[in-house]
Design a protein around this ligand. Structure first.
Ligand code: C2E
Ligand code: CA
Ligand code: CA
Length: 658
């Protein structure tokens, strides 16, 4: 698979799962941070508020010491004690002088230096500017600053875990001394700051709301994430599904096949790549419709699936072709298995015999390019030809060379025609009665700039397949008409020159008019042009053939049947088609046992042709004996190496100074 194709498919499948996972993590992190901030901020706020209250109470108590002297001492002390009784949050009040010498204490306790909150600190706390250090019952500390909050986690946990949740009982409390200077004394108030659950109720509600909001968000995100994962899986499934069979498609075949071949590193298994196709699938579709054809492919797929074993893969390729990557031990076993598979496929449509062509490529160690391997298997099948029987063909390098040659021919043909690389060679037809020139056949030769001389059997079959033969035949006809017109102008005696008209032409109804128009450009009499048809033209539209031949003969052209006797039932075509010339195929004169029987048939054919008023040309004549025999049989013309091989037009003109 090409890199870009692979990337495109990857892109299709990817569907951004990673950004979603990242997004989820980010959401969770942000949510945790927001929750922590909300919790911390409200905790700090509550503690700060409580502190401010304590500071205010302590300041009010300290104010009572404004007039503290020997006379008022007792009254003030009594008043303070009554305050301590009434106020829950005040535990004790102690007074020292500036040298820190105890003056008075409600309970005889004085703060030590490091658990006292100084006046400045109190001031700062009331201004809510900076944090505070609190020493509570358990001697634990926590710190709050003005920007954010740094809470000693221990106390935080302690706060929550210290008591059962209760509406009235504080779950924890902080005890701290607040110091307020009054005159030349320092009044220290030991505060008890209780923290109730209710204080945190709002925080709790906010946290729950925030939590719920975040949960909704996260759930929504999770749902969309899961649905995206499902969507990705679905897309992947679609990418790997064949639209005709509903099963694995070609892409998956390549993927799985490559994986299998990669795993088979030490070549524990022998693999064979198969291209298996149903013969005449197009005809089936023409007869029964495309839908029925597709149904058939789907049934083939199901049947094939049953034949596939572990560590093997199979998929529909296109039309009626399937790719199979099978394991095997011996070639004979593999072939037996293919026959078994073909038999299984034949059960799909009871009552109808179907034939399959199979191309096989035996995979070598380290070969993993599934597409290339399949291509080889396909070439093997293609080269075996379109037979009407089951066939199995193995790929060999020669096939690849042939394929490459076909490609080159197709690449070069248009240029070759434009550059006049195709040349007319003429082969004489010699009259048996006078041993003089009685006609000629025009045969094409390709003089390729790099490949040199190329005989027609190397390119005509390719052109017949790709349709280029239509252009080439027209070109040959035109060249022959041009040569004849030149010779006519030069005052030479003209003999008929035959050109080959390929079967492919007989699809056009105006073929006769088309031929006339080409020849008439050169104003040569039609009688000097002969058109050679092969019997295979009968297999196409018979009416077009009959009409065309009729029109051509009416127009004065001579029409001959080429290769008479080669292959098909020739006599039948003679019955329906009125022609001028019969060309007896060279095959009659070849082969070991052809001699007697062949010659007997030839003499009978000649006889028959004479009765049908046709001229006879014997082709491929190489020996004197053949010439003598044909002369005896009164065959009209002889064409063959015995007299001359096909030659360039100029050479022909010199040799047969017509
Ligand atoms: P074909 O029309 O049957 O042409 C006769 C072939 O037999 C020619 O082969 C000719 O060179 C060869 N031949 C002639 N005498 C002898 C002989 O004594 N012994 C042997 N062994 N062969 C002999 P060529 O030129 O190679 O052409 C092969 C075929 O290619 C032709 O068979 C014809 O079917 C096709 N072809 C050639 N030129 C054209 C063309 O311009 N158009 C079309 N449509 N087909 C062409
Ligand atoms: Ca011919
Ligand atoms: Ca022939």
């Amino acid at each position: 698979m090409s890199k870009t194709k692979e990337q495109r498919i990857k892109k299709l499948k990817k569907n951004r799962i990673w950004p979603s996972i990242l997004g989820l993590i980010l959401i969770l992190l942000i949510s945790a941070l927001v929750l922590a901030l909300v919790m911390a901020a409200s905790a700090v706020d509550i503690v700060q508020r409580k502190l401010i209250d304590s500071v205010m109470t302590s300041t009010k108590i300290a104010d009572l010491f404004e007039d503290y002297d020997s006379s008022s001492k007792e009254n003030i002390e009594r008043e303070i004690l009554s305050h301590i009784d009434i106020l829950d949050e005040v535990i004790a009040v102690s007074v020292t002088d500036t040298e820190k010498k105890p003056v008075w204490s409600s309970n005889g306790e004085y703060p030590t230096d490091d658990n006292v909150i100084t006046e400045e600190l109190v001031q700062e706390v009331t201004d809510k500017e900076i944090g505070i250090i609190i020493d509570n019952d358990e001697n634990q500390m926590f710190t709050i600053d003005d920007e954010g909050i740094l809470i000693n986690e221990n106390i935080f946990i302690d706060i929550w875990e210290s008591e059962d949740f209760s509406a009235t009982v504080p779950f924890t409390s902080m005890t701290l001394w607040l110091v307020v200077p009054v005159n030349d004394m320092e009044v220290m108030v030991l505060n008890n700051i209780p923290l109730y659950h209710q204080d945190f109720l709002m925080t709790l509600v906010t946290i729950i709301l925030c939590g719920m909001l975040i949960a909704v968000f996260v759930i929504y995100y999770l749902i969309s994430f899961v649905s995206m994962v499902l969507r990705v899986r679905k897309t992947t499934k679609i990418i790997y599904t064949d639209m005709v069979t509903g099963g694995d498609n070609w892409l998956l075949f390549i993927k799985k096949g490559t994986a299998l071949l990669k795993k088979n590193k030490k070549a524990q298994l022998n693999y064979a790549m198969l291209h298996m196709e149903m013969r005449k699938y197009r005809s089936f579709c023409t007869c029964f419709g495309v839908n029925k054809g597709q149904e058939l492919i789907e049934k083939f797929y199901t049947a094939l699936k049953k034949e596939i074993q572990r560590k093997e893969v199979m998929a529909h390729q296109e039309n009626a072709a399937f790719g199979l990557l099978l394991t095997y031990t011996e070639k004979a076993d593999l072939e037996a298995r293919i026959q078994k598979i073909e038999a299984a496929l034949n059960t799909v449509l009871p009552g109808m015999k179907m034939y399959f062509g199979t191309g096989i490529y035996l995979v070598q160690q380290d070969e993993r390019d599934v597409e290339q391997l399949y291509n080889n298997a396909m070439i093997a099948c293609e080269m075996a030809g379109e037979e009407s029987e089951n066939s199995i063909a193995y790929f060999d390098v020669e096939m690849n060379n042939q394929k490459l040659w076909e490609r080159k021919v197709e690449d070069d043909m248009d240029r070759a025609l434009a550059n006049r690389e195709f040349q007319v060679y003429l082969q004489p037809k010699i009259s048996t009665s006078e041993e003089t020139l009685g006609g000629a056949e025009a045969l094409v030769r390709w003089i390729h700039p790099t490949e040199g001389f190329i005989p027609p059997n190397r390119f005509i079959p390719i052109f017949e397949k790709n349709g280029f033969i239509l252009k080439l035949d027209d070109y040959m006809l035109e060249e022959v008409a041009r040569v004849q017109s030149e010779w006519l102008a030069e005052g030479r005696r003209l003999v008929p020159i035959s050109v080959n008209v390929s079967r492919a032409h007989f699809t056009r109804e105006d073929l006769a008019e088309h031929i006339c128009s080409i020849v008439d450009k050169y104003q040569v009499p039609h009688s000097v042009i002969e058109l050679e048809l092969t019997e295979s033209a009968f297999f196409d539209d018979k009416n077009v053939l009959l009409n065309t031949v009729h029109k051509l003969r009416e127009a004065g052209f001579q029409v001959s049947m080429d290769d008479f006797g080669a292959g098909y039932s020739s006599l039948n075509s003679l019955k329906e088609l009125q022609l001028d010339v019969l060309k007896i195929d060279a095959d009659f004169f070849r082969g070991a046992d052809a001699e007697e029987r062949g010659l007997l048939i030839v003499s009978e054919v000649i006889d028959l042709a004479k009765k049908l008023n046709m001229k006879i040309v014997a082709e491929g004549i190489e020996s004197k004996e053949q010439v003598e025999f044909l002369t005896e049989q009164e065959c009209d013309l002889i064409q063959g190496y015995f007299y001359a091989k096909p030659m360039p037009v100029t050479e022909f003109a010199q040799k047969y100074s017509v």
